[in-house]
Design a protein. Sequence first.
Length: 286
Amino acid sequence: MLPFRKILYPIDYSEPCGAIVPYVREAVHRFSAELTLVHAYGPEALASSARPIGDPELPVEARDLDEQRLRQFAQKAFPGQHVESIVEIGEAGSVIDRVVQREGADLVMLATHGRGPVRRLLLGSVTAKILHDLSAAVWTGTGRILTGHTPAIPYKSILCAVDETDEAEAALHAAASLANAYGAKLHIVHVVELPPPSFEFDFGRYEKELTEAAKARLRELKAALGIDAPHAVIAARVADGVREEAVRTGADLIVTGRGRSQRAFNTILSRLYPIVRHAPCPVLSI
């Protein structure tokens, strides 16, 4: 996966989208990567034209206008840099997926607007779709931590959040490689999430046993990968525990797995999306 060679930056012209420009610039420079901007447009682009509905030139004009706008964005955000620009009609998540497959991008960098769970369930979420569908690594940051804040780059502190699945090794390897590339401090956290107590069974009785098992696994994993970094095991809700440790370690970036072992629908409601929404810094999921 590392170093990243082709970075895809989806553009929707929102304030959070514009706020990640410094992060994209830094990643492109750090890895000497190619950069592609992509914008997905739909019926709203046709409605903005003065041409009447049914005019055969309407779709062509709408595309031309969107291509021009994207080129202007690229020139302003990345002056003097070669940037490929792609405009396609369709739902944003599907367009991004197609472009990743076609262009062979290995990193997608985008901002999420962090909308509430009800709206996400009713209308869907581009971010949730991308996190579920894409094979490429995905860098995400919520609008509240991006807008009005000074970008925390280059990264100085990276937190790797691992779990009990096979993804832990890949996530830790990626986090260690990034920490080495940036000369950043690396911290590791494993959050043990216990089911709520019930009348039938109290899982809290096994908290110590589970946390000790997680610590032993982390020591084995670090030894196998040759990684020397401090680790913590926390008993909490996963998103809360990761956020707590990110704040404690002053993390500029969280690296974690994608949760691919979960079923399709559950992935939207999985641990990853709450981590992204509540994290105090951007999240890189692999």
